[in-house]
Design a protein around this ligand. Structure first.
Ligand code: FPP
Length: 245
């Protein structure tokens, strides 16, 4: 088990009383990071794991209560078979390597996505074990979006409403929100995407209606606690009006 490195980050200019409660993160650019170095894409993902756990360490130090990452999208099945197989194993290995350490840090691990569809049973078992072991932890909820698609999540919520026989006039925003994969998860205040791509690619589609968006050219393997701090500084300069004036 690899322990999370101890924290040491520059918090200057950050008001710790106004940090986002929930940050979502699209960890993009692993493949390009590797290609730039003449390495296989899998090396980019391996480096991406270090980036993720350095970022998580920063999030803990900042006191972020909810942190959600896009680990595998419903569209990722379209990648070459070998990369899909690698990513499935890779995610399982990360849980094996890191779940205990996260548990010791009082982090609650949760999953959102269609885990009953195409995901190997052994991986689903590991996910269930990690979620079960950490379910009473309080310091942070770390949600892993796995086999996740925002539109699929809305479709699944609507299917639930229909199968429950909910009448058309009872279908409200609250009724849909209640049937999302984790209805207790607050909407993200800040969504980060790395690697210079300026879109959300089906991540937290329902929940991101009023999120602040932060795009950076940094490739995910080069992201970490300092880049997270930059994103939070930028967030604290934004004015959030939620449709009001
Ligand atoms: C995007 O880079 C990244 C991914 C598809 C996977 C990222 C996953 C992790 C870092 C592990 C997370 C796992 C857990 C269990 C928390 P890309 O391959 O799309 O890069 P490219 O756009 O440069 O090709």
């Amino acid at each position: 088990m690899e322990a999370i490195a101890s924290a040491c980050m520059d918090l200057s200019g950050i008001d710790l009383d106004r940090v986002p409660s929930h940050i979502g993160c699209i960890m993009d650019g692993n493949g390009r990071w590797a290609a730039k170095r003449g390495l296989p894409r899998t090396e980019g993902h391996a480096q991406g794991e270090h980036a993720l756990f350095d970022t998580l360490e920063g999030a803990l130090e900042l006191g972020i209560e909810w942190f959600t990452v896009y680990a595998f999208s419903t569209e990722n099945w379209k990648r070459p078979k070998e990369e899909v197989r690698f990513l499935l194993n890779f995610n399982q290995e990360i849980l094996d390597r890191r779940a205990e350490d996260l548990h010791e840090r009082d982090v609650r691990i949760r999953f959102i996505g269609r885990n009953n569809w195409r995901v190997p049973k052994r991986l689903v078992r590991r996910m269930d074990e990690a979620a079960e072991k950490t379910r009473f932890n309080k310091t942070m909820t770390f949600t892993i979006a796995f086999n996740y698609g925002g539109r699929a999540e809305i479709v699944d919520a609507v299917r639930a409403l229909v199968s429950e026989g909910v009448e058309a006039n009872k279908i409200t925003e609250a009724a849909i929100a209640k049937r999302l994969y984790d209805h207790s998860m607050p909407d993200p205040d800040l969504l980060i995407r790395t690697s210079g791509e300026n879109r959300l690619s089906n991540f937290l589609t329902w929940q991101s209606a009023y999120s602040e968006l932060y795009f950076t050219d940094v490739l995910w393997p080069e992201f970490g606690r300092d880049q997270l701090a930059d994103a939070v500084r930028e967030y604290q300069h934004r004015e959030r009006r939620f449709g009001a004036v």
